[in-house]
Design a binder for this molecule. Structure first.
Ligand code: FES
Length: 104
């Protein structure tokens, strides 16, 4: 099993209030909670340089603060134009209240 990187505590991120984290050796990431599950994506919009956690989480979607585009927080796919290039998603493991992703 690959090493895990701890991003935050589960109680630091709430539905509709995604958290920006900057772990070593990763781009800036966004951590989301939705219906008791946690999701992690890159935190920069692929349309411009907007920080997605400055936008609005609506259920399974994160809306970019700049041009109204949106992405699925589960798959990273663009769900609303002008967001066509997907954002990267990371598989999440929760260990003892810590939200983690694989190091590799
Ligand atoms: S920068 Fe995100 S939709 Fe344009």
């Amino acid at each position: 099993m690959s090493e895990l990187i701890v991003l935050c505590k589960t109680n630091e991120v709430e539905e509709d209030t995604p958290l920006s984290v900057s772990p070593e050796n990763f781009p800036m990431l966004a951590v989301y909670e939705h219906e008791g599950e946690y999701f992690v994506t890159d935190n920069l919009c692929t349309h411009g340089m907007a920080v997605l956690t400055d936008g609005y989480q609506d259920g399974e979607e994160i809306e970019c603060p700049f041009h109204g585009g949106a992405f699925s927080i589960k798959t990273g796919e663009g769900t609303s134009p002008p967001c066509f290039t997907p954002i990267k998603t990371y598989s999440v493991t929760v260990v003892d209240g810590d939200v983690c992703i694989a190091a590799g």
